[in-house]
Design a protein around this ligand. Sequence first.
Ligand code: TXA
Ligand code: MG
Length: 320
Amino acid sequence: MTETLPDDAAGIARAAALLRAGSLVAFATETVYGLGADATNGEAVAAIFVAKGRPRFNPLICHYPDAEVAFADTVADERARSLAETFWPGPLTLVLPRRESSRISSLASAGLPSLAVRVPGHARARALLTAVGRPVAAPSANRSGRISPTRAVHVLAGLDGRIAAVLDSGPASVGLESTILDLTGEVAVLLRPGGTPVEALEAAIGPVKRREADAAITAPGMMASHYASRLPLRLDAAAPEPDEAWLGFGAAQPEASLMVNLSSSGDLTEAAANLFGALHQLDAEGTARGLTRIAVAPIPHHGLGLAINDRLARAAAPRA
Ligand code: TXA
Ligand code: MG
């Protein structure tokens, strides 16, 4: 049985004690729920891969309560400091050279000379990280290859009985994973579009290189079919077929027997926050009603639309 903890002082203290003892605890960040383990404890980190059924080569993001502790484990140049100043706490992950003095388990960084670090925007997450007093490695709290959880019930649907506890802080506000920026080289490279628009990063540090669509996979987690729903998706659809659920965006919506509108006002921030919840819902109800697919309205490709389209393309990719 997995304990569900309230996110009050007692719940956070219990969650911190479990993490310090090497157990796995899922907790809310502003992006999605993370599955946390003490990043300095190799056995605890290994247990994340077992609980998720995740391939071992995939490195994890380490979470910190503030930039100072994050930069104690990494080498931060001026770009990193400037981005941290502007975007932390918040949905941005920086990949930086790892300091030799860092006590992070090499399993957490998959043996790489770099480390992905992030200071989450969610106040309860930072309270938990402060209480733990150690870096917390946390991938999204879903079974490998499934949709990221934005609520405690999504976490339990995939991981009940496989982890010690989930700290329930209600729905995640951003709803999309963090933007991942690689700063290990001279050119800043966008490894994953996410909750911080790349345009905002470029306004702070200048041009950021986009991954080419068919480039070799840099972040091992960027496998094409990473965010799979059970029902297949049909993207950029004008209207649903009779056997399809409809995932809409914007004011004018076609008729469908089962539908969710990501944002009737066409707001990309609202759509991002609703995306994974809507996919969970259409997937479950659509399957129960015998529908065979989810048709998805076109989503603009700017701002958070870049990340939304990225996740939809992954969810629609052929299954491995
Ligand atoms: O919003 C988020 O980032 C959430 C919350 C829980 O913080 N976490 C999350 O973690 O999305 P995960 O494990 O699902 O995705 C982390 C991604 C993976 O694609 C992984 O390959 C990449 O980060 N990554 C981690 N360390 C890396 C490194 N040193 N170099 C390149 N990519 C790295
Ligand atoms: Mg994930």
